[in-house]
Design a protein around this ligand. Structure first.
Ligand SMILES: NC(=O)c1ccc[n+]([C@@H]2O[C@H](COP(=O)([O-])OP(=O)(O)OC[C@H]3O[C@@H](n4cnc5c(N)ncnc54)[C@H](O)[C@@H]3O)[C@@H](O)[C@H]2O)c1
Length: 257
């Protein structure tokens, strides 16, 4: 409790899933949180469930410059400062490269790659005024390996790791740290529309040292750490929450049912 006391955070994509869980954890640790999303009804009720005046929902389409200006101004006006930005909002498009339409590619890039760029840019001035800050970019295991049919999505998540490094180098002198979380897991809603027949989710994780997906709580715990002063010497880095997926493969692993 209190690890984020006094801090003010904007979390994108916070109407559900990882973003919602992170907002809940942030508030429990003493932060004031702006939950930002395009799913207004879900976002409003997520903020209401957190309650206590520490959480408020605000509509933000991460692809719109004007929305970013408004949400950042709102956070400062409502809570007096901005210390933390979690670039969590993203979309998935799952298709082989051969059949990925240009418009699908552009949409994924716009939300997953341009959105975080606009967010980082919009957060610099308020974080400068606050005397520093922490920006946490939520990438994926797919930012560290490849996966068939994830070409558009994985390309944006790899790009996020590059953007993180450049931003960390540029913003270090302002006391702004920038890091990436690479989870092997998240909400079921994201992949649900694409789940193709024949993909066995148990077999998919079987070769990991810890053969399962990350829970939302495990991902949020890493985000809390990076948002807090406990990670004061961490910047420009990737933080996997992947049960050892990037360590290698356990050959003897058998799917557990
Ligand atoms: N779900 C997974 O299996 C998984 C795995 C690894 C990494 N991730 C990453 O974790 C993060 C959180 O995803 P999740 O698992 O909670 O999925 P999710 O689909 O439940 O959450 C994503 C949120 O982003 C919001 N969003 C989409 N487009 C937006 C836009 N233009 N502006 C503002 N908000 C927008 C959605 O409305 C949604 O609430 C994402 O960055 C995702 O890429 C997810």
């Amino acid at each position: 409790m209190g690890r984020l006391a006094g801090k003010v955070a904007i979390i994108t994509g916070a109407a559900r899933g990882t973003g919602e869980e992170t907002a809940r954890r942030f508030a429990a640790e003493g932060a004031s949180v702006v939950l930002a999303d395009v799913l207004d009804a879900l976002g409003e009720s997520a903020a209401a469930r957190i309650g206590g005046g520490a959480a408020v929902y605000r509509r933000l389409d991460v692809t719109r410059e004007q929305d970013w200006a408004e949400v950042v101004a709102f956070a400062e006006a409502r809570f007096g400062r901005l210390d933390v930005l979690v670039n969590n909002a993203a979309i998935l498009h799952m298709a082989p490269i051969e059949t990925t339409r240009l418009e699908d590619w552009h949409r994924v890039v716009e939300v997953n790659q341009t959105g975080p760029f606009l967010g980082i840019r919009a957060a610099i001035d308020p974080m400068r005024r606050a005397g520093g800050g922490s920006i946490v970019n939520i990438a994926s295991l797919d930012a560290m390996v490849g996966l068939d049919r994830f070409g558009a999505y994985a390309a944006t998540k790899w790009a996020m790791r590059g953007l993180t490094r450049c931003a960390a180098l540029e913003l270090g002198e302002l006391g702004i740290r920038v890091n990436t979380v690479c989870p092997a897991g998240g909400s079921d809603e994201m992949a649900a529309p694409f789940r193709p027949p024949g993909v066995d989710p148990v077999a998919y994780v079987a070769g990991r040292a810890i053969p399962r997906r990350a829970s939302l709580a495990e991902i949020a715990a890493m985000i809390v750490f990076l948002a807090s002063d406990e990670s004061s010497f961490c910047t420009g880095a990737d933080f996997p929450v992947d049960g050892g997926a990037t360590a290698g493969t356990v050959l003897a692993a058998k799917p557990k049912r």
